[in-house]
Write a protein that binds this ligand. Structure first.
Ligand code: DGJ
Length: 264
């Protein structure tokens, strides 16, 4: 929530990805000096919503993960812990649940001020990081993750503060890497800056086949008020290439609805 004095994480809800309702601040940051990149997953077993975020001080030198929990996506989320995972610096994060195993992972911009990206597996209740934590041979910030046909795709930005730069996508057959680099997925990106955005998250749109949504932050200067989101469809081609094309306007008819099971 960056309007006025930042208060923490705001939640917006939608049933169609076009119309959004402001649900208000769901986690107050209180005395946390820097609260960035919150992401929430649902633990179906314990029926908890678990939020992970970048917990830091004003100088970005604490470099920790924060974890908070709520019974409701509309909050309130209560801070449970904050620390460096297995002793590693952690700043931008991508939170990902493997749709087949329901195991959750955090990809995080890590040591030497974001010179590495690490992947850490979470505990079964999504509340703790485990010791399965490796350098995945990828680089930089804003990690977003998807999986298609057994291949994991990782999208990151480079490291240039709040200024947009060309993104890079990586592929691996194991989420713990190593990931191979394939350059920018942004096709015809005249400004060479990911269409003036930075990867924030990749969302699998339910109800549509292979429907992955690129969610990018279009920071406003230093990332304060009036920053915007850029939403674009992600295409994975037959030869396992990630492509993100620019559309001034588009809608969900871009994707193929998943066929409903016939009623018996
Ligand atoms: C870029 C990161 O992606 C943002 O989340 C933020 O940490 C800024 N750097 C800070 O300069």
């Amino acid at each position: 929530e960056h309007y006025g004095t930042p208060r923490g994480a705001a939640c917006y809800s939608s049933t169609d990805l076009y119309n959004w309702k402001n649900e208000g601040v769901v986690m107050e940051k209180g005395t946390i000096e820097t609260f960035e990149r919150p992401k929430v997953i649902y633990d179906e077993i314990n029926r908890k919503y678990v939020m992970w975020f970048h917990y830091d001080g004003n100088g970005y030198t604490l470099a920790e993960l924060g974890v908070a929990v709520s019974d409701n996506p509309r909050g309130p989320f209560i801070l449970k812990d904050h620390y460096r995972p297995n002793g590693h610096e952690s700043r931008d994060i991508g939170l990902y649940v493997d749709p087949e195993t329901r195991t959750a992972y955090i990809g995080y911009a890590a040591d030497h001020t974001n010179r590495t990206v690490r992947m850490v597996e979470l505990s079964a209740d999504y509340m703790r990081t485990t010791s399965n934590d490796v350098d995945i041979q990828a680089h930089c910030e804003g990690p977003g993750i998807l999986k298609k046909n057994g291949v994991f795709y990782l999208l990151t930005s480079q490291c240039s503060g709040w200024t947009p730069n060309p993104g890079t996508f990586y592929t691996a057959s194991n989420i713990m890497g190593p990931f191979a680099s394939h350059g920018s997925p942004f096709i015809g990106d005249a400004g060479n800056n990911s269409y003036n955005s930075q990867p924030c998250y990749i969302f699998k749109i339910p109800g549509y086949k292979d429907a992955y949504l690129y969610m990018g932050d279009r920071w406003n200067g230093s990332g304060r008020s009036a920053s915007q989101y850029v939403f674009l469809p992600i295409t994975i081609t037959a030869d396992s290439t990630m492509e993100i094309h620019w559309y001034k306007e588009w809608d969900l008819s871009f994707f193929t609805p998943e066929r409903k099971r016939p009623a018996r």
